[in-house]
Ligand binder design. Sequence first.
Ligand code: 1VU
Ligand code: MG
Length: 355
Amino acid sequence: MRSAKDFFTPLAVGAPTPVREVPARPSRMIHFFDPSNEKMAAKVPAMVGVSDVLLGNLEDAVVADKKEAARAGLVKIAKEVDFGEHTQLWTRVNALDSPWVLDDLTTLVTEVGDKLDVIMVPKVQGPEDIHYVDRLLAQLEAKGGVQRPIMIHAILETARGMANVEEIAGASPRMQGISLGPADLAADRRMKTTRVGGGHPGYLVRQDPTKGADGSPDYQGQRTVFQQDLWHYTIARMVDACAMHGIFPFYGPFGDIKDTVACEDQFRNAFLLGCVGAWSLHPVQIEIAKRVFSPSAEDVAHARRVKEAMPDGAGAVMIDGKMEDDASWKQCMVILELAERLSANDPELAELYAK
Ligand code: 1VU
Ligand code: MG
């Protein structure tokens, strides 16, 4: 890690100065599209203003003989589409050990660097991966005359990356956030699942047996089972690492596109634990993420009541039979800040929260 003294010094002469605070732009959904898929690419202009983030994916899900078409397609889209004030353009480049990533970074940064907000780097193993991309981006930004620093988003999808998550989060002032990549992580950990995110019916706890007529446990009797969350530990640890370094945590993909109910549950668990958004793989998931990662009108109204009752956030008051104090006031401020940030971009939410 660089010394504190030179942490914010550009890593190449002529590169833009790194930011001291990560831009907190609404990023409730990172919507993935394959720029080599003409149908998907054609839908991008209409998704501006609908999705907070549009991400041109170059990595997994794009087959090897489409890698160059995807890269070229993304350059074309970045040049031709006006993403406006409210939608960010991100990309996911190929993995650092792949033959494509150098061309991905070189082409994108020098040709459309000023249009790109964030570069998502997959399969990050440790801070050394971020240091490599950090220096390379600075060199390319200088070469391409890019005016503002492009941020880095790491995907947490290896056991080693997980073990190094705190160091990854703090590896560079370019770090914007981290996403949990449950499918690759499950494989790398040798978990015995075959899904892309979400729960598993086999991961459960079971109620104790009731007693039979003779007083002994009835092991074969009816017992309630509770499905547990496979991802709780991972998300919670990622959230702490991100919060500690002032960057943003995200849940990743939910592969069962038709199961919008379970997708909403997975997204909400992530939201409640501190994530700011999730990936959307299909247009149907954009609305789910928008709903889940925007605080509810009830929570916003409650937070306002607490703020009105304790304007300076000190002391203790009773509201609806519950004690509110400095700590619950701080939670309310988190909700209110998010509501204000989202309403600034979204008149419907502004109206909802004004009621
Ligand atoms: O109505 P049309 O035929 O004109 O269009 C289809 C389809 O092309 C379009 N569509 C999309 N448009 C923009 N962005 C998208 N992500 C997107 N997905 C589909 O919508 C219309 C209806 O589509 P559909 O319901 O018939 O769905 P398909 O069977 O065409 O596609 C489903 C999949 C899941 C294959 C598709 O949505 C997709 O490829 N999504 C992105 C997958 C991805 O990016 N995977 C990598 C990230 S996940 C990861 O790395 C770990 C597992
Ligand atoms: Mg992956």
